[in-house]
Ligand binder design. Sequence first.
Ligand SMILES: Nc1ncnc2c1ncn2[C@@H]1O[C@H](COP(=O)(O)OP(=O)(O)OP(=O)(O)O)[C@@H](O)[C@H]1O
Length: 933
Amino acid sequence: MASKPGLRSQKLSSRASSSTTSSSKQFPEASADDLSSPASSTARSKAKHYSAETVSVNARKLKENVTVTVRFRPLSPREISQGEEIAWYADGESIVRGEHNPSIAYAYDKVFGPTTTTCHVYDVAAQHVICGAMEGINGTIFAYGVTSSGKTHTMHGDQRSPGIIPLAIKDTFSIIQETPSREYLLRVSYLEIYNEVVNDLLNPAGQNLRIREDAQGTFVEGVKEEVVLSPAHALSLIAAGEEHRHVGSTNFNLHSSRSHTIFTLTIESSPCGENDEGEAVNLSQLNLIDLAGSESSKAETTGVRRKEGSYINKSLLTLGTVISKLTDGKASHVPYRDSKLTRLLQSSLSGHGRVSLICTVTPSTNNSEETHNTLKFAHRAKHIEIQAAQNKIIDEKSLIKKYQHEIRTLKEELEQMQRGVAAIPQLKHSDGDDLVTLKQELEDGQIKLQSKLEQEEDAKAALLSRIQRLTKLILVSTKSSQSIFPHRPGQRRRHSFGEEELAYLPFRRRDLIVDDEQIDTCTTLDQNSETADETLKEGKTTRKNGLLNWLKPRKRDSSGTFTSTSDRSSGTKSVSTPSTPKAESGNLLAESRLSHSTPTENTPSADLLLSIKHERETPEESSQQVSPLQLTNCIVSYVNCIKSVAELETQLNEKSFELEVKIADNRIIQEQLTQKIHECEKLQQTVLTLRDQLSDAQDLKKFSHVIGNSDRYDETQKNHRELSTEKETAVSKDKYEGLFLKAQMEIAELTEKLTNLTESREKLSIQNQKLAEESSYAKGLASAAAVELKALSEEVAKLMNQNEKLASELAEQKNSQIQRRTIAANRTGRRDVNLRRHEQGTVNSVSKRELALFRERELSYEAALAEKDQREAELHMRVEESKQKEAYLENELANMWVLVAKLKKSQGAEVNASDITRGPISDNDYEHWNSTN
Ligand SMILES: Nc1ncnc2c1ncn2[C@@H]1O[C@H](COP(=O)(O)OP(=O)(O)OP(=O)(O)O)[C@@H](O)[C@H]1O
């Protein structure tokens, strides 16, 4: 940032004159292209600065002020529903004015309205700090404001609107890509200050860490630092750290940050090249801070929240005091040590780096007082003067130096190894030129040589692997330092996030109404400004894949050392940046400031092949724009290529010898394998035979159930004997014995079952016989009943005839009696009354006697008839009974035959006991039948 001596007075005068501006509640929108902002212009000048190959800030001290910007957030739906009004508004691009008291106005570097995108905020308030950090100037960006004013939204953002931290990370990697003349090493740490306790967010075990001080300033002891290889990797670490951050719900914010977080990116860079032993390294720290929000006394908090709130307020108060003292000029003591926050920010605030303060405010009347306090704080902070200087270190404390040195040493070792010819063991010549001894010596020598070669090969592979691991940690641009496409300022696609990167950003929170389109515009803002097709294509690919493609290990040169390559495609393939950063992170952890482990990477041979491939491709690419320098590069590449081929050939020879030995080993192993396979097959065959026998035995068991065939039993016995024979001849004795025992048990079981079956068969045949007897008896009964029935029917017919005869006789006698009475009456009609009386008396007595006789005879006939009827009824009854009995017997007989047929048919199926008992007629059945009838 350029010095701005006149800035303050200019702002103040603008503040004085701005009282006449409209009090309209409409916030003026800041333009993305606005270059009038000092911070913005600085940012752009820095971008240009990076495009140039020469570094021009060496040990330069720049006097500048803290960049102070104010960001308004829109009214939240809750505030709108509660009828909140606007108390403060942005009057122009750099002034905030009170709605109710327009004379109160404050000027800042820039004021962002509620619809301003975070990308724009980044461009104005953060980019210059990031650019400075990439040059070795420490930088600090922090968001300050009351709770729920938008600090986290500004610093972290979400998927739709990435915050300053993700944007800064993206920009950092963009700058690396666009600075092919330097190589970088990035590491990150992430910690929180919760209730005045420092916790490591990247290492849950790192709690209550101590703040220490050394020559470079304050630092947190034992904080975990991780080397990062890509934006996605860094974002994944933040996302993991956020999981451990203290967040809670308050009256004002559902996701209120209850701790201050400090994300630190440590950047080391040095010029690319091999002979830079004495070159100083740029080392800087970029602190991105999301402060917890100050809470007003209005907040009705209790318990934990109140305690948190008081710690937050106290530390923010100390921050305010420190800033006041810093701007006072006369103050002799600055109370940095009064809070952990100010202690950690000490080196930043004391003016050794660039500082950007983004004050977030809410426009609502409800927070009017707090907003006013924030504005006053911001205004005070604006007066802090800083003298940002580039940090250069020469000693081996620099991690990049340490790695570079190690890489160099390893390469030298490798070279020596490649150059060194394996000393051939001297042959001891025998005096008598004994050919056999000579041959023996030769063979011994060959074996020794081989083992030595193998050892060397292993050592070489280990060296290569270590070199690659270290090389990978050092980030270099995939662009050639003699870039084919000259860099155009402002063409970095800083705001384009790949899906992989977005995945690590939080989902968009919807508690407030936000203009989505505005945010969408933000992410495409830079894209629209781009014109070069080539760069656009590159950008698209990069956006799709994140920035992972940008970083790759350097290729091997002729001496087995590594240099930066310019082939983008080969770089994409060969790079082994952690695609799953979390998984890799374990390898990248570093517990102290300078101790680091390294990630895994490609195999040496793969890398070698890739480098060869790359070198072959380079001349083709360059041929499009032939310049003498490129031609020289091509030739150098070609020579390197030839050397690599020679090297490869040597390796090939060694490998082929190894291969031959391995082939011989293989042959022996194969023979052993074939033998084993043969044995296995034999065993399998035996197992199959046994299985067959067993299944046969099972079949036999089934068959015996039905038929009870003793022949099968014999067959089983035979099988048994065969099994015994098998047992004797079996290869696996134990196995056979087991099987034999099993088979024996099966046979015993079968025999038992067979005995049971025979018994049940005998029972069945007895029952069958009984049934047959019963059936013949029933038949006899039926025929007897039929005969009796016939006799009875004949008797009935006889009696009926008799009855008819008697009835006709009776009728005849009645008729004759009436006739006689009539005749006698006619004969004596006219005779003497006396005679008539006498005669009538005689006739009467005769008739009476005859009548009595007739009556007697009639009665006897009637009795006979009744007797006959009774007998007839009895006979009828007996006939019916016989018929029923016959039907019952016939039915039972039929059942019995069906049952017998069934039994014969099923052949061996066990006779259902219930069927057996239900089928034939038992004595009980007869008794039952007799009793019911
Ligand atoms: N500029 C903005 N545009 C749209 N929404 C915003 C903006 N600033 C903040 N918000 C929204 O306001 C709410 C509160 O914001 P945020 O959580 O960032 O506040 P904070 O200052 O970090 O609060 P605290 O100090 O309690 O953590 C969130 O839902 C956020 O999405």
